[in-house]
Design a protein around this ligand. Structure first.
Ligand code: ADP
Length: 334
């Protein structure tokens, strides 16, 4: 399933292309980031020079790749796209850098995963627009300095804490993307539905927004599934009722929890009286690996205020009991 995973899957790749915002004005919400970027880009264009290098950080699915493309579109520049893990040798990066045209945007996704030698090469490219390419090996090796056309690096990271200090310091503009409010996601869903030609009511959009975990990628994915349902089992209009019925079929509940999320909470509440219980015991109870429970389920359960990690183990919050339709016991919280 993975319907409420924020990570991109194969189906998303094609489907996202049509609804991806192309210009800053199409980018929903994140007003502060949008405003700051607008100034940065307009200032640079006025001066006729590339803007500072841009670092975008934040969880997956919140619009970093979209913004990188928007930066290039607003500047009227070309864009080259690569990612930290794809740059295995510094020679790979040197080849990309020296082939950039003046003013191009270089987008490096997951930049915290770039290999160290390539990272060092990137420093001089970012700072002085030149790179030293080492030719040969051992004592006979020579460094050949090559010019790089002035360019703008846009780096994206889901783990800004893993970036090295020198790397971070070389970005003149750093923006952090936060989870979207349900209202923002409603606006986003109305926009996507318009582009896809799907009729949607306000409460239909609200119903999907509430289950999208604050994440545009998930909102768009749920919209596609609800559209299927509306077209096959109803009259094609996405209403509150069709959204509810469709997402019941797909096992996505009112808070955006999927089957495994609910299994974790149910085990915690029913088998362990709300905890505290150790991670591995909890994982065995739901038939999953501890890593899966910890990395796939828990981040959102914690963010949604349903589960707490305490020194003595995992605890279901009062909200979790209520969400499962159970009466919380007295005095076990806090
Ligand atoms: P990231 O690179 O952070 O994982 P993406 O830029 O790929 O995220 O965004 C995922 C999808 O969500 C995009 O295809 C886009 O359609 C949509 N999206 C993200 N942010 C916005 C936004 N602010 N406005 C409209 N659509 C958005």
């Amino acid at each position: 399933d993975g319907l409420v995973s924020a990570y991109v899957n194969e189906e998303d790749r094609d489907a996202e292309a049509s609804v991806r915002p192309k210009r800053l004005a199409d980018f929903i919400a994140q007003d502060r980031v949008r405003d700051q970027l607008d100034l940065l880009l307009k200032g640079a264009m006025r001066r006729g020079s590339p803007p500072d290098h841009i670092l975008l950080s934040g969880p997956p699915g919140l619009g970093k790749t979209s913004l990188a493309n928007i930066v290039a579109a607003e500047l009227g520049s070309g864009i080259r796209v690569t990612s930290g893990p794809a740059i295995e040798r510094s020679g790979d990066l040197a080849a990309i850098l020296t082939s950039l045209a003046e003013g191009d945007v270089l987008f490096i996704d997951e930049i915290h995963r770039i290999a160290r030698p390539a990272e060092e090469l990137l420093y001089s490219a970012m700072e002085d627009f030149r790179v030293d390419v080492v030719v040969g090996k051992g004592p006979g090796a020579t460094a050949i300095p090559l010019d790089v056309e002035p360019f703008t690096l846009v780096g994206a990271t889901t783990r800004s804490g893993l970036l090295t200090g020198p790397m971070r310091d070389r970005f003149g503009f750093v923006a952090h993307l936060d989870f979207y409010s349900p209202q923002d996601l409603e606006a986003l869903l109305h926009r996507s539905a318009r582009i896809l030609g799907v009729p949607i009511t306000d409460d239909g959009a609200a119903e999907i927004a509430g289950r999208s975990r604050g994440t545009p990628r998930i909102a768009n994915r749920l919209l596609r599934r609800v559209r299927d349902f509306a077209e096959v089992r109803a009259d094609g209009v996405v209403t509150r009722e069709t959204a509810r019925a469709a997402l019941t079929v797909y096992d996505v509940d009112a808070l955006g929890l999927d089957r495994l999320d609910r299994a974790v909470l149910t085990a915690l509440v029913d088998s362990f009286r709300g905890g505290p219980v150790g991670l591995s015991t909890l994982a065995v109870a739901v038939g999953e690996q501890p890593d899966t429970v910890e990395e796939v389920c828990e981040p959102f359960l914690v963010r949604a205020g349903l589960l707490a990690r305490t020194p003595r183990g995992r605890v279901a919050t009062e909200a979790a009991w209520r969400h499962l339709g159970r009466t919380p016991p007295n005095g076990t919280f806090g």
